[in-house]
Design a protein around this ligand. Structure first.
Ligand code: HEM
Ligand code: HEM
Length: 178
C-alpha cells in the first residue's frame, strides 16, 4: 500500500488541528457575554488560526496539484471511491470558503485583520453593516457544514481502519516509509 508524501501528511494534520482549534475557539468566544480582554484575545487567536488555515490550504492545494495521491485500494467499490473523492474536493472548497467568509465578515464589520498583531492584511472591502450581517450567517453555516463533513470523513476513516482494515488510515498517518 502506497502512502501519502510526508508533506501531504504534515499539512493534513496541521490543518486538521488548526480547524478543530479555530472551531472550538469560535464557539467559546461567541458564548462569552459582554466585553472582556479574554474575549478579545480569543477573537484574535481565532482569526490568526483561521488565516493560517487559509494560507496552508493554498500551499496544500498547490502541493496536491503537483502530487497525485496514492490510488485507493482496488477492493473498494467504485461508488465509495467516487464518494471519497467528492468529499475530499468538498473539504478543499470549505478550507478556502470558511476562512474567507470570516475574513470578509470581519472587514465588513469594520475591523482590519492584523496577523499576529504584526502584519495588517489587505482591507479589500469597506465597512458595510448589511453585508456583515449576511456574512456572519454565512460564516456560521459554513462552519457547521464543515463540521458535519469532517464528521463523515472521520467516520469513513475509522470504518476503513476498524471494519475493512485496508490500510487507508495508515497511509495518512506519520510513519517511516512515506
Ligand atoms: C478554519 C477556519 C475557521 C473556522 C473553523 C471558524 C469557525 C467559527 C465558528 C464555529 C464561529 C462561531 C459562530 C457562532 O457560534 O456564532 C466563528 C465565529 C467568528 N469567526 Fe470564524 N472560523 C474560521 C475562520 C475565521 C477567520 C479567518 C476569521 C477572520 C479573519 C473569522 C472570524 C470570525 C468572527 C469575527 C466570528 C464571530 C462572529 C460573531 O460575533 O458572531 N473566522 N467562526
Ligand atoms: C478538520 C479536519 C480534517 C480535514 C479538513 C481533512 C481533509 C482531508 C482531505 C482534503 C483529504 C484528501 C487529501 C488529498 O488527497 O489531498 C484527506 C485525507 C484523509 N484524511 Fe482527513 N481531514 C481532516 C481530519 C481527519 C481526521 C481526524 C482523520 C482520521 C480519523 C482523517 C483521516 C484521513 C485519511 C485516512 C485520509 C486519506 C484518505 C485516502 O487515502 O484517500 N482526516 N483529509
Amino acid at each position: 500500500m502506497q502512502r501519502y508524501t510526508k508533506t501531504a501528511i504534515a499539512l493534513h494534520w496541521l490543518v486538521a488541528l488548526l480547524i478543530i482549534g479555530a472551531f472550538t475557539l469560535g464557539l467559546v468566544m461567541t458564548d462569552i457575554p459582554g466585553f472582556s480582554m479574554t474575549k478579545l484575545r480569543y477573537y484574535a487567536w481565532h482569526k490568526w488560526a483561521g488565516v493560517t488555515v487559509l494560507a496552508l490550504a493554498a500551499l496544500r492545494l498547490l502541493w496536491r496539484l503537483g502530487h497525485r495521491p496514492p490510488p485507493l485500494p482496488s477492493t473498494m467499490p467504485a461508488w465509495q471511491r467516487g464518494a471519497a473523492h467528492g468529499l475530499h474536493h468538498l473539504l478543499y472548497v470549505f478550507m478556502f470558503a470558511l476562512p474567507l467568509s470570516g475574513y470578509f465578515y470581519t472587514l465588513a464589520a469594520g475591523f482590519p485583520v492584523v496577523y499576529f498583531n504584526l502584519v495588517q492584511l489587505p482591507v479589500l472591502i469597506g465597512k458595510d453593516p448589511a453585508l456583515a450581517e449576511v456574512l456572519k450567517v454565512v460564516h456560521y453555516w459554513l462552519a457547521m457544514s464543515l463540521a458535519a463533513l469532517v464528521g463523515l470523513h472521520v467516520l469513513a476513516a475509522l470504518k476503513h481502519a476498524v471494519v475493512d482494515r485496508d490500510g487507508t488510515l495508515r497511509r495518512m498517518l506519520p510513519g517511516r516509509s512515506a
